[in-house]
Ligand binder design. Structure first.
Ligand code: ZN
Length: 53
């Protein structure tokens, strides 16, 4: 089952939510820190990491 767990982690890894509109994006965290990514819906550059509840 370890393999499944790893796949699950990968699915949620690098997924960020727009702080403004909540749109999900799968992005390299480095690019967020560099400010290169903007939201497709609203164009804002503020993102937060998606966390499991
Ligand atoms: Zn947005």
């Amino acid at each position: 089952m370890a393999k499944l767990q790893a796949a699950h982690n990968r699915m949620f890894h690098n997924v960020f939510l727009c702080k403004n509109c909540g749109a999900k994006r799968k992005i390299d965290p480095k690019k967020i820190l560099e400010g290169k990514i903007s939201c497709r819906k609203c164009g804002k550059k503020k993102f937060r990491a998606m966390k499991k509840k």
